[in-house]
Design a protein around this ligand. Structure first.
Ligand SMILES: Nc1ncnc2c1ncn2[C@@H]1O[C@H](COP(=O)(O)OP(=O)(O)OP(=O)(O)O)[C@@H](O)[C@H]1O
Ligand SMILES: [Mg+2]
Length: 267
Protein backbone atom coordinates (compact mmCIF):
# COMPACT_ATOMS: atom_id res chain seq x y z
CA UNK A 1 0.00 0.00 0.00
CA UNK A 2 1.14 3.49 -0.76
CA UNK A 3 2.46 4.95 2.50
CA UNK A 4 1.34 8.41 1.37
CA UNK A 5 -2.26 7.19 1.02
CA UNK A 6 -3.45 8.65 4.31
CA UNK A 7 -2.02 12.12 3.55
CA UNK A 8 -3.53 11.87 0.06
CA UNK A 9 -6.92 12.11 1.74
CA UNK A 10 -6.17 15.67 2.87
CA UNK A 11 -6.92 18.07 0.00
CA UNK A 12 -3.98 20.11 -1.23
CA UNK A 13 -5.87 23.39 -0.90
CA UNK A 14 -9.09 24.43 0.76
CA UNK A 15 -10.72 27.85 0.67
CA UNK A 16 -13.58 28.49 3.05
CA UNK A 17 -15.72 31.57 2.34
CA UNK A 18 -12.68 33.60 1.36
CA UNK A 19 -13.17 37.31 0.85
CA UNK A 20 -10.52 39.85 -0.14
CA UNK A 21 -11.57 43.48 -0.17
CA UNK A 22 -9.43 46.41 -1.18
CA UNK A 23 -9.97 50.06 -0.30
CA UNK A 24 -12.07 51.70 2.38
CA UNK A 25 -15.80 52.11 2.82
CA UNK A 26 -17.27 54.06 0.00
CA UNK A 27 -14.87 52.70 -2.61
CA UNK A 28 -14.39 49.06 -1.63
CA UNK A 29 -13.54 46.50 -4.31
CA UNK A 30 -14.32 42.88 -3.44
CA UNK A 31 -11.61 41.10 -5.41
CA UNK A 32 -12.82 37.80 -3.88
CA UNK A 33 -16.34 37.46 -2.59
CA UNK A 34 -17.15 34.39 -0.48
CA UNK A 35 -15.09 31.87 -2.46
CA UNK A 36 -15.13 28.24 -1.30
CA UNK A 37 -13.14 25.65 -3.18
CA UNK A 38 -11.44 22.32 -2.55
CA UNK A 39 -8.51 21.18 -4.70
CA UNK A 40 -7.43 17.57 -4.49
CA UNK A 41 -3.79 16.58 -4.26
CA UNK A 42 -2.11 15.60 -7.52
CA UNK A 43 -4.56 17.47 -9.73
CA UNK A 44 -4.17 20.26 -12.29
CA UNK A 45 -6.68 23.12 -11.96
CA UNK A 46 -7.04 26.05 -14.36
CA UNK A 47 -8.56 29.31 -13.09
CA UNK A 48 -10.23 31.46 -15.74
CA UNK A 49 -12.32 34.61 -15.88
CA UNK A 50 -12.37 38.13 -17.27
CA UNK A 51 -9.73 40.70 -16.39
CA UNK A 52 -10.32 41.92 -12.84
CA UNK A 53 -12.39 38.87 -11.85
CA UNK A 54 -10.01 37.97 -8.99
CA UNK A 55 -7.83 35.23 -10.48
CA UNK A 56 -4.47 36.62 -9.34
CA UNK A 57 -5.92 37.58 -5.96
CA UNK A 58 -7.12 34.00 -5.51
CA UNK A 59 -3.66 32.62 -6.33
CA UNK A 60 -1.94 35.13 -4.06
CA UNK A 61 -4.23 34.32 -1.12
CA UNK A 62 -3.68 30.57 -1.52
CA UNK A 63 0.08 31.02 -1.93
CA UNK A 64 0.35 33.15 1.21
CA UNK A 65 1.42 36.20 -0.80
CA UNK A 66 -1.71 38.08 0.23
CA UNK A 67 -4.04 37.78 3.21
CA UNK A 68 -7.80 37.34 2.85
CA UNK A 69 -10.00 39.90 4.57
CA UNK A 70 -12.32 37.08 5.68
CA UNK A 71 -12.61 33.31 5.56
CA UNK A 72 -9.89 30.68 5.76
CA UNK A 73 -7.26 29.20 3.46
CA UNK A 74 -5.74 25.81 4.23
CA UNK A 75 -2.67 24.41 2.53
CA UNK A 76 -2.82 20.71 3.32
CA UNK A 77 -3.45 20.68 7.06
CA UNK A 78 -1.99 24.14 7.62
CA UNK A 79 -4.43 26.98 8.21
CA UNK A 80 -2.78 30.12 6.83
CA UNK A 81 -5.09 32.39 8.83
CA UNK A 82 -3.16 34.16 11.51
CA UNK A 83 0.28 32.82 10.54
CA UNK A 84 3.02 35.36 11.19
CA UNK A 85 4.83 36.87 8.19
CA UNK A 86 7.91 34.84 9.11
CA UNK A 87 5.96 31.57 9.09
CA UNK A 88 4.21 32.48 5.83
CA UNK A 89 7.59 33.20 4.24
CA UNK A 90 8.93 29.83 5.42
CA UNK A 91 5.85 28.08 4.10
CA UNK A 92 6.19 29.81 0.71
CA UNK A 93 9.85 28.89 0.46
CA UNK A 94 9.36 25.28 1.43
CA UNK A 95 5.95 24.19 0.20
CA UNK A 96 5.02 26.44 -2.72
CA UNK A 97 6.40 27.13 -6.17
CA UNK A 98 5.41 30.10 -8.33
CA UNK A 99 5.78 30.65 -12.07
CA UNK A 100 4.79 34.01 -13.56
CA UNK A 101 4.08 35.25 -17.08
CA UNK A 102 7.32 37.25 -17.00
CA UNK A 103 9.97 34.66 -16.30
CA UNK A 104 11.69 36.82 -13.64
CA UNK A 105 15.09 35.19 -14.09
CA UNK A 106 18.16 37.15 -13.02
CA UNK A 107 19.96 38.00 -16.29
CA UNK A 108 23.48 37.91 -14.86
CA UNK A 109 23.12 34.40 -13.42
CA UNK A 110 23.31 31.12 -15.33
CA UNK A 111 20.30 28.80 -15.56
CA UNK A 112 21.79 26.64 -12.80
CA UNK A 113 22.43 29.64 -10.55
CA UNK A 114 18.86 30.89 -11.11
CA UNK A 115 17.50 27.45 -10.22
CA UNK A 116 19.65 27.33 -7.08
CA UNK A 117 18.36 30.70 -5.81
CA UNK A 118 15.33 29.46 -3.81
CA UNK A 119 17.60 27.02 -1.94
CA UNK A 120 20.03 29.82 -1.10
CA UNK A 121 17.12 32.05 0.02
CA UNK A 122 16.04 29.24 2.32
CA UNK A 123 19.55 29.31 3.82
CA UNK A 124 20.68 26.06 2.21
CA UNK A 125 23.81 25.35 0.27
CA UNK A 126 22.49 23.95 -3.05
CA UNK A 127 23.80 20.55 -4.12
CA UNK A 128 24.79 20.40 -7.76
CA UNK A 129 22.85 17.15 -8.23
CA UNK A 130 19.53 18.62 -7.08
CA UNK A 131 19.92 21.67 -9.31
CA UNK A 132 20.77 19.50 -12.32
CA UNK A 133 17.87 17.19 -11.48
CA UNK A 134 15.45 20.15 -11.58
CA UNK A 135 16.89 21.24 -14.94
CA UNK A 136 16.62 17.64 -16.13
CA UNK A 137 12.92 17.62 -15.31
CA UNK A 138 12.38 20.47 -17.78
CA UNK A 139 14.77 19.01 -20.38
CA UNK A 140 17.45 21.69 -19.95
CA UNK A 141 20.30 19.94 -18.18
CA UNK A 142 22.48 20.73 -21.18
CA UNK A 143 21.83 24.47 -20.76
CA UNK A 144 22.86 24.72 -17.10
CA UNK A 145 25.68 27.17 -17.86
CA UNK A 146 23.67 29.43 -20.16
CA UNK A 147 22.42 32.86 -19.13
CA UNK A 148 18.75 33.82 -19.75
CA UNK A 149 19.76 36.04 -22.70
CA UNK A 150 21.15 32.95 -24.44
CA UNK A 151 17.86 31.05 -24.10
CA UNK A 152 14.54 31.27 -25.97
CA UNK A 153 11.42 32.48 -24.17
CA UNK A 154 10.14 28.91 -23.82
CA UNK A 155 13.49 27.74 -22.45
CA UNK A 156 13.55 30.64 -19.98
CA UNK A 157 10.11 29.68 -18.72
CA UNK A 158 11.31 26.08 -18.34
CA UNK A 159 14.21 27.36 -16.22
CA UNK A 160 11.65 29.28 -14.15
CA UNK A 161 9.71 26.03 -13.69
CA UNK A 162 12.90 24.23 -12.64
CA UNK A 163 13.50 27.04 -10.15
CA UNK A 164 9.97 26.56 -8.79
CA UNK A 165 10.48 22.79 -8.57
CA UNK A 166 13.88 22.70 -6.91
CA UNK A 167 12.42 22.97 -3.42
CA UNK A 168 10.02 20.08 -4.24
CA UNK A 169 6.89 22.14 -3.50
CA UNK A 170 3.52 20.53 -2.74
CA UNK A 171 1.69 23.08 -4.86
CA UNK A 172 2.93 24.83 -7.99
CA UNK A 173 1.13 28.06 -8.94
CA UNK A 174 1.26 29.58 -12.40
CA UNK A 175 -0.12 33.05 -13.19
CA UNK A 176 -0.47 32.94 -16.99
CA UNK A 177 2.78 30.95 -17.33
CA UNK A 178 2.26 30.56 -21.08
CA UNK A 179 1.03 34.13 -21.66
CA UNK A 180 4.32 35.31 -23.18
CA UNK A 181 5.05 32.15 -25.21
CA UNK A 182 4.14 31.06 -28.72
CA UNK A 183 1.84 28.06 -28.96
CA UNK A 184 4.61 25.48 -29.49
CA UNK A 185 6.67 26.63 -26.50
CA UNK A 186 3.46 27.02 -24.52
CA UNK A 187 2.48 23.41 -25.14
CA UNK A 188 5.88 22.19 -23.92
CA UNK A 189 5.46 24.19 -20.69
CA UNK A 190 1.88 22.91 -20.24
CA UNK A 191 3.02 19.34 -20.82
CA UNK A 192 5.62 19.82 -18.08
CA UNK A 193 3.04 21.20 -15.65
CA UNK A 194 0.75 18.28 -16.48
CA UNK A 195 3.61 15.84 -15.83
CA UNK A 196 4.18 17.38 -12.38
CA UNK A 197 0.79 16.10 -11.23
CA UNK A 198 1.81 12.53 -12.12
CA UNK A 199 4.37 12.85 -9.32
CA UNK A 200 1.64 13.85 -6.87
CA UNK A 201 2.24 17.58 -7.08
CA UNK A 202 -0.75 19.89 -7.30
CA UNK A 203 -0.78 22.54 -10.04
CA UNK A 204 -3.02 25.62 -10.08
CA UNK A 205 -2.75 27.88 -13.11
CA UNK A 206 -4.43 31.11 -14.17
CA UNK A 207 -4.94 31.35 -17.90
CA UNK A 208 -6.99 33.18 -20.53
CA UNK A 209 -6.35 30.49 -23.13
CA UNK A 210 -8.87 27.64 -23.69
CA UNK A 211 -6.13 25.41 -25.13
CA UNK A 212 -3.95 25.93 -22.04
CA UNK A 213 -6.97 25.22 -19.82
CA UNK A 214 -7.60 21.95 -21.69
CA UNK A 215 -4.39 20.54 -20.17
CA UNK A 216 -6.02 20.78 -16.73
CA UNK A 217 -8.25 18.24 -14.97
CA UNK A 218 -10.70 20.93 -14.03
CA UNK A 219 -11.43 24.56 -14.86
CA UNK A 220 -12.84 27.03 -12.32
CA UNK A 221 -14.47 30.14 -13.78
CA UNK A 222 -14.45 33.36 -11.77
CA UNK A 223 -16.45 36.53 -12.39
CA UNK A 224 -16.63 39.55 -10.08
CA UNK A 225 -14.72 37.70 -7.38
CA UNK A 226 -17.08 34.71 -7.25
CA UNK A 227 -16.93 31.18 -8.65
CA UNK A 228 -19.52 31.06 -11.40
CA UNK A 229 -18.92 27.66 -12.95
CA UNK A 230 -16.62 24.64 -13.16
CA UNK A 231 -15.76 22.13 -15.86
CA UNK A 232 -14.20 18.70 -15.34
CA UNK A 233 -12.07 17.05 -18.05
CA UNK A 234 -12.19 20.22 -20.16
CA UNK A 235 -11.65 20.36 -23.89
CA UNK A 236 -10.58 23.62 -25.56
CA UNK A 237 -13.94 23.67 -27.37
CA UNK A 238 -16.00 23.34 -24.18
CA UNK A 239 -13.89 25.95 -22.41
CA UNK A 240 -14.24 28.39 -25.33
CA UNK A 241 -18.01 27.76 -25.42
CA UNK A 242 -18.24 28.41 -21.67
CA UNK A 243 -16.25 31.64 -22.04
CA UNK A 244 -18.52 32.79 -24.86
CA UNK A 245 -21.60 31.98 -22.75
CA UNK A 246 -20.09 33.88 -19.82
CA UNK A 247 -19.56 36.93 -21.99
CA UNK A 248 -23.20 36.90 -23.18
CA UNK A 249 -25.84 38.86 -21.24
CA UNK A 250 -27.43 36.68 -18.54
CA UNK A 251 -30.79 35.17 -19.43
CA UNK A 252 -33.22 35.08 -16.51
CA UNK A 253 -34.78 31.84 -17.77
CA UNK A 254 -31.57 29.93 -18.55
CA UNK A 255 -30.68 27.30 -15.92
CA UNK A 256 -27.45 28.01 -14.07
CA UNK A 257 -24.56 26.14 -15.61
CA UNK A 258 -23.14 25.83 -12.10
CA UNK A 259 -26.19 24.04 -10.71
CA UNK A 260 -26.33 21.80 -13.81
CA UNK A 261 -22.69 20.77 -13.52
CA UNK A 262 -21.88 17.53 -11.71
CA UNK A 263 -18.25 18.69 -11.60
CA UNK A 264 -18.87 21.15 -8.79
CA UNK A 265 -17.12 20.11 -5.60
CA UNK A 266 -19.09 21.28 -2.60
CA UNK A 267 -16.91 22.74 0.12
N1 LIG B 1 -3.57 45.96 -4.45
C1 LIG B 1 -4.80 46.27 -4.89
N2 LIG B 1 -5.43 47.40 -4.51
C2 LIG B 1 -6.67 47.69 -4.92
N3 LIG B 1 -7.39 46.90 -5.75
C3 LIG B 1 -6.83 45.77 -6.19
C4 LIG B 1 -5.50 45.39 -5.78
N4 LIG B 1 -5.20 44.19 -6.37
C5 LIG B 1 -6.28 43.85 -7.10
N5 LIG B 1 -7.25 44.80 -6.98
C6 LIG B 1 -8.58 44.77 -7.63
O1 LIG B 1 -9.16 43.50 -7.36
C7 LIG B 1 -9.84 43.03 -8.53
C8 LIG B 1 -9.28 41.66 -8.90
O2 LIG B 1 -7.92 41.82 -9.35
P1 LIG B 1 -7.05 40.60 -9.89
O3 LIG B 1 -5.67 41.14 -10.11
O4 LIG B 1 -7.20 39.47 -8.96
O5 LIG B 1 -7.77 40.27 -11.27
P2 LIG B 1 -7.37 39.19 -12.39
O6 LIG B 1 -8.58 38.33 -12.58
O7 LIG B 1 -6.09 38.56 -12.06
O8 LIG B 1 -7.23 40.12 -13.67
P3 LIG B 1 -6.21 40.02 -14.94
O9 LIG B 1 -6.79 38.96 -15.85
O10 LIG B 1 -6.33 41.38 -15.55
O11 LIG B 1 -4.85 39.70 -14.43
C9 LIG B 1 -9.69 44.10 -9.59
O12 LIG B 1 -10.84 44.90 -9.58
C10 LIG B 1 -8.47 44.87 -9.12
O13 LIG B 1 -8.55 46.21 -9.55
MG1 LIG C 1 -4.15 38.57 -12.93
Amino acid sequence: MNPAASTDQVPAVRLRSVTRSYGRDGSTVKALDDVSLTIRRGTFTAVMGPSGSGKSTLLHCVAGLDRPTGGRVLLGDTDLTGLSEARLTRLRRGRIGFVFQAFNLLPSLTAAQNVALPLRLAGRRPRKAEVLHALDQVGLRGRAGHRPGELSGGQQQRVAIARALVTRPEVLFGDEPTGALDSTAGRVVLGLLRAMTDEGRTVIMVTHDPVAASFADRVVFLADGRIRDELDAPTAERVAARMAAGAAPASPTAPSALSASPAVVPC
